[in-house]
Design a protein around this ligand. Structure first.
Ligand SMILES: NC(=O)c1ccc[n+]([C@@H]2O[C@H](COP(=O)([O-])OP(=O)(O)OC[C@H]3O[C@@H](n4cnc5c(N)ncnc54)[C@H](O)[C@@H]3O)[C@@H](O)[C@H]2O)c1
Length: 254
């Protein structure tokens, strides 16, 4: 399918996990992928693989984010899709009882402030075009509480949801669709390694997933491609949940 032929897509956090699977998928559907990452080796490898463009950028740096979107518009004439996906989940973000202000501020900055900045500097280009699709990565934890707390992460994703809803409404009549993606837990190498070391921790989580497994990054990328495409033309200000049924469950199959 060439749903995205001729479109220019900016993907942050493109070097790994969901971002990497997404640049592969968007490219396969015909888009030019601008692969953005703070990690030069990973971002460059992603861009080389998909025949896209690498831009090194720390998405918490306002000048760098402005230069990113202005540069893409200058070089390619447009910014059709912005997948604001870069995020962190560091080990020092834990229960509120032990999480320090430094961890709180770092997580909010990378996960929420970056989305504010990317929207702020993508939207003017999309207004000029009268069209655009922004997808901001939140999480299922923005919708439900966990006793295994990562308090800053959860709050940061709640912020992404609220910000996305408001922007989606504000720009709905200008042809710009702005949606939040809420993935369930994804089988990234990091998560798998953690749970391979500690099967009890994995079991504690898996019991809540009706499908009985974690997502593959490609399953999240497929949802991004849908939201980015005209197939989602009546969707904006939405929270698009791709979680194997977690948020719909009371008890799960044995
Ligand atoms: N993996 C999951 O289970 C899961 C579930 C729900 C939501 N999410 C969210 O999905 C997004 C991607 O997660 P992932 O698992 O693919 O992560 P990942 O760690 O595999 O990849 C994140 C990428 O973002 C980059 N990055 C980090 N900080 C950056 C910064 N300041 N500027 C630019 N790039 C930066 C990293 O270098 C890395 O390449 C995150 O927002 C995460 O919170 C992940």
């Amino acid at each position: 399918m060439e749903r995205l032929a001729g479109r220019v897509a900016v993907v942050t956090g493109a070097g790994s996990g969901i971002g990497l699977a997404t640049v592969r998928r968007l490219s396969a559907e015909g888009a030019l992928a601008v692969c953005v990452d703070v990690n030069e080796d990973a971002g460059k490898a992603a861009a080389d693989e998909v025949g896209g463009e690498f831009v090194q950028c720390d998405v918490t740096d306002e000048d760098a984010v402005r230069a990113l979107f202005d540069g893409v518009a200058e070089r390619h004439g447009r910014v059709d899709i912005a997948f604001n996906n870069a995020g962190i989940s560091p080990p020092d973000d834990d229960s509120i009882l032990v999480t320090g202000l430094d961890a709180w501020e770092r997580v909010i900055k990378v996960n929420t402030t970056s989305v504010f900045l990317c929207c702020k500097y993508a939207i003017p280009h999309m207004r000029r075009q009268g069209k655009g699709s922004i997808i901001n990565t939140a999480s299922f934890v923005a919708l439900m509480g966990a006793a295994t707390s990562q308090i800053a992460y959860t709050a940061s994703k709640g912020g992404v949801l609220a910000l996305t809803r408001e922007l989606g409404v504000q720009f709905a009549r200008e042809g710009i669709r702005i949606n939040a993606l809420c993935p369930g837990p994804v089988a990234t190498p990091l998560l798998l390694e953690l749970f391979a070391k500690d099967p009890e921790r994995a079991a504690r989580r898996l019991v809540h997933v009706p499908m009985g497994r974690f997502a593959q990054p490609e399953e999240i990328a497929a949802a991004v491609a849908f939201l980015a495409s005209d197939d989602a033309s009546f969707m904006t200000a939405a929270q698009f949940v791709v979680d194997g049924g977690i948020t719909g469950a009371y008890v799960t199959p044995l």
